[in-house]
Design a protein around this ligand. Structure first.
Ligand SMILES: Nc1ncnc2c1ncn2[C@@H]1O[C@H](COP(=O)(O)OP(=O)(O)OP(=O)(O)O)[C@@H](O)[C@H]1O
Ligand SMILES: [Mg+2]
Length: 686
């Protein structure tokens, strides 16, 4: 091991500075560390930081990597383009989107906006149907198909219908100067393919590209990577085929198989030492992944000692399981050297499993945060405000227009909006653009025209004033006045039966405004990490980046809390103590009986097995896996079986089965004691 904290194989990967390199290795073997260290090495060898791109799987991972890089190379890390594929796509489009007919201030629609747009295009109000369409369209877009190509390939009446709908949907997007998430990859790809000079420009700009979690890239992301690195092929991809868990979203292991074919000079490096977990945990992980077919043979060992045996906790039902998890955290905190809340994580298969766990943690006064669930920016009230911001920035953003003009209600009804919509599409204008068209009066009653134009003037005025609101104080005053003018607080209280809910939504609004104002004149990140930080002057500029961050980024959260997370969102992360909850047949593997087709089922079980492997390998020191004898299914308690993965995990490995009933009484007493002694407000999820 060298002073840089890398073993020989890792050093090999870091020192391979030119040409294509693939690091293929199991969990916790230091792949991500290779990427961070390689960024430092490249800079040390004279590569300009802004010519290095490092692509991570989530925004959180990007933030973490930027921090680590900052620790190694200081300020220069701020210039490295560390971001997700999607944020990289935004960057390409902001700079060169004109090639795809986009203005720099285009909007990004989130999944909800897309769903309502698709409902509109397909003239349906049925969410399930629209979701199916949305899913199909996204699948086509991810496969790189245009609407015309999808139409040509359609095999059934229903596919043909969806493809026609896709054509309408795409037309609307371009009229709104908007893109969806799939476009963030698809459009740059198409642009670079079509325009050789543009591709050369980006290839010349990027001296080296690094990709983490390579096993979870999909076909379009791979193509984009290929175009960005060009024939020089200066890239480093790191991944683990055993951790490929996004097959359902189009990720494909073919990308791993294609690399050596597409890049004959590819240097493949394997890492074998796991630095994360004890031997007991690693053995459990290897036992679980064992039955899967091997794409690439790998061995992993740990020198961290045998450690505590993995615990299998047998519980009666979900509440019981949640209480057990809370009790385990409390008792480990007393006995282990890791005493911070942030040292603990509870992981589960599906978002809805968090609720019961949250309740138990609250009762036990344990601070926690839920990741991978609803983000702050997904809350209705925040999306309302963002719709206004989007409209200041891009007046052609029709979905934002529709949301802002009806929130709060201002006496403009559905009928007027439908008439405005008709008029706008006949005149090839956006809704906002139609407001001041001369012939609008012939399409709508005078009163409606009056109210709509008043709204338009209000937006213009707000845009102007936001541009003048320079510095934090001015921004704060401006935001407070704006919310008062539109009566947003009252709107929240009118719309909620429960005052507590309304109050908490209003406090989110205030927090949001405070956060925005805090960015005026402060440092700003545009979600890609590059070009930042810089001083900002006006609220309008902040709004421009916020409307981007809101679709791409999570806010930083207080780190000293127990993490509740789905297994998918836990990928790449690690905690000293991990509890895997709800490990029953039906949840993990998820609905194993659903697929009729044997081959599809086998593939799905393999992916579920990898998910369990990802879960187990998040743990550094202790791991508990719990299951329940009964579980809720369609509001009823039904008998449940421990997951098949629990039996596999326990093969040749010293797991300890816990009988929780004996400890239950002690636990209840402890809860009662804590609840009485604590008079602070219960901790809440952000
Ligand atoms: N050579 C090393 N010496 C000491 N610690 C190391 C070394 N390499 C990695 N580590 C540590 O081991 C842990 C796992 O490393 P890292 O997260 O880079 O693994 P990974 O292969 O990316 O895992 P995953 O597959 O889960 O993403 C980290 O805490 C890291 O700091
Ligand atoms: Mg990693």
């Amino acid at each position: 091991m060298s002073s840089s904290g890398l073993n020989l194989a890792q050093q090999d990967a870091v020192n391979h500075l030119r040409g294509p390199c693939l690091v293929l290795a199991g969990a916790g073997s230091g792949k991500t560390r290779v990427i961070t260290q390689k960024i430092a090495k490249l800079i040390e060898c004279g590569v300009a930081p802004k010519r290095i791109a490092a692509i991570t799987f989530t925004n959180k991972a990007a933030t973490e990597m930027r921090e680590r890089a900052r620790g190694l190379v200081g300020k220069a890390a701020g210039e490295v383009l560390i971001c997700t594929f999607h944020a990289l796509g935004v960057r390409l489009l902001r700079e060169d989107g004109a090639a795809a007919g986009l203005k720099p201030q285009f909007s990004i629609l989130d999944s909800d906006d897309v769903l309502s747009l698709i409902k509109d295009c397909g003239a349906t109000t049925d969410a399930a149907t629209a979701r199916q369409w949305q899913w199909n369209i996204s699948r086509w877009k991810n496969a790189g198909l245009t609407a015309a190509e999808a139409q040509a390939q359609a095999r059934s009446e229903s596919e043909r219908h969806t493809a026609e709908l896709m054509a309408r949907y795409e037309e609307r997007l371009s009229a709104y100067q908007s893109v969806d998430f799939d476009d963030l990859i698809g459009l740059p790809l198409r642009m670079l393919r079509k325009d050789e000079l543009l591709a050369q420009k980006w290839q010349a700009r990027l001296a080296h590209t690094l990709v983490d979690e390579y096993q979870d890239t999909n076909a379009t992301q791979y193509e984009l990577m290929k175009l960005l690195v060009g024939s020089a092929g200066n890239f480093t991809a790191v991944g683990d085929d055993d951790q490929s868990i996004y097959g359902w979203r189009g990720a494909t292991l073919d990308n791993l198989k294609r690399l050596p074919q597409d890049y004959p000079a590819l240097r493949v490096i394997k890492l074998e030492q796991n630095y994360r977990s004890t031997s007991a945990i690693l053995r459990a992980a290897n036992n679980v992944i064992g039955p899967n077919p091997k794409l690439f043979p790998k061995t992993l060992y740990s020198e961290l000692g045998e450690g505590e045996p993995v615990r299998v906790v047998d519980c009666d039902h979900e509440q019981h399981e949640a209480e057990r998890a809370a009790a385990r955290i409390l008792s480990l905190r007393q006995t282990s050297p890791h005493k911070e809340w942030r040292d603990f994580a509870i992981l589960y298969r599906a978002n809805h499993q968090a609720r019961v766990l949250e309740q138990a943690l609250r009762r036990a006064q344990i601070p926690y945060k839920v990741t991978g669930g609803q983000s702050f920016f997904d809350r209705a009230e925040i999306k309302d405000l963002c719709a206004w911001l989007r409209l200041w920035i891009n007046e052609d953003d029709d979905p934002a227009f529709l949301r802002a003009v009806t929130t709060p209600k201002r006496g403009i009804g559905h009928q007027s909006l439908a008439q405005l919509g008709d008029f706008a599409s006949r005149s090839h204008l956006s809704l906002f653009g139609a407001l001041f068209a001369q012939s609008l009066g012939s399409a709508l009653p005078a009163r409606a025209v009056g109210s709509l134009q008043e709204f338009g003037r209000e937006i213009n005025d707000l845009r102007y004033r936001a541009g003048q609101a320079v510095g934090q104080d001015a921004a704060r005053t401006f935001l407070a006045d704006w919310l008062k003018d539109i009566g947003y607080e009252q709107h929240l209280y009118d719309g909620e039966d429960s005052e507590t809910v309304a109050a908490s939504r209003w406090s989110n609004v205030l927090e949001f405004c405070d956060w925005m104002a805090g960015r005026c004149g402060g440092q700003i990140e545009d979600g890609t990490g590059a070009n930042a930080p810089r001083e900002l002057s006006s609220l309008l500029e902040v709004a421009q980046t916020v409307s981007l961050i809101s679709t791409l980024n999570e806010r930083e959260q207080d780190p000293n809390m127990v993490t509740l997370s789905t297994l998918h969102a836990a990928k790449g992360l690690e905690w000293p103590h991990v509890i895997l909850a709800g490990v029953v047949e039906g949840m993990l593997p998820f609905r194993p009986d659903d697929d009729g087709d044997a081959a599809a089922l086998a593939a799905r079980i393999e992916e579920e097995r990898r998910l369990m492997y990802v879960g187990i390998t998040r743990a550094q020191r202790t791991l508990a896996v719990s299951w329940t004898r009964r579980r809720k299914k369609a509001r009823e308690l039904v008998p449940a079986q421990p997951s098949r993965f629990i039996a596999e995990m326990a093969l040749n490995s010293a797991t300890v089965r816990e009988d929780p009933r004996a400890k239950l009484a002690a636990l209840r007493a402890e809860f009662a004691g804590r609840a009485q002694s604590a008079n602070a407000a219960p901790p809440t999820a952000p």
